[in-house]
Design a protein. Sequence first.
Length: 296
Amino acid sequence: MRAERHAPGGQTYRERLPGRDLAGVASCVWVQQVSPDGPAYEHRTVPNGCVEVACIKGADVAIVVGPREEPVVELLPPGSTVVGVRFRAGVPAAVLGGTARELVGREVELDQAWGCSVAVLAERVALAPTPDDAARALEQEIAARCAAAPAPDALVAATVDRLQPWRRGGVAEAASDLFISPRQLRRRCVAAFGFGPKTLHRILRFQGFLALTQAFSEHDVGLAWLAAAAGYFDQAHLTHECVALTGLTPAAFLEETRTSCGANHDHRASFAGLRRALTSSANMADLYEKRPRVCA
């Protein structure tokens, strides 16, 4: 990832894959910048099932963002540079010194979670010559912390895999595949995410929809096709879930994404694996011949 130049009044968001030390627990490292020459940027975040750590360059605080069940809209002031690390879904909150139940739906200062000052980290991020260097400083600090952290729960990781949108089974099938009861599955998910497997399933399916909208952004495939490809019963089901998870209808959400994000946002690190799985899945065999040809 390289430093971005803004058009006046613009903003950018860029992701990259984490380095080797964090590859097993983090899905991406990101940088978001708002031009000092324009207005504040209204940023809508939707649930993704993940814990993140974010640090505003020049501030003296870093925060842990817990797994969300609802959308959040916030204003980033002009001139902001925010760097972050997103953990993989199911990576235990214990990596950061908390529990999922404590963090779900909340933002907590990192020093409260770690139980020690993050002043040195904040200074390293603030003094970094470029946004990319700031992101690397945050990544290195978290990698050092993760070296002594407990390993992710293998059963939770398997649950995430079985509830991905390219798999047509649901929570009951996932529990059966994992040879545990639905009650046990719920207990393990609540411990890992702060919410149960049904909520996790809804969030992962919507992330699949987002990945497909990225993959087919240049093709007029229609919401009904995208809903079917992402595993929804029909377009009405997608609409209900989109309103719950974003606060907007699919059409309004996609229009907001097009106008406020567009080419200035790069989500490839987050969505590349989902895109490949969804566009090559055997479960899409009945839709495959009707879909436009794209590269994953």
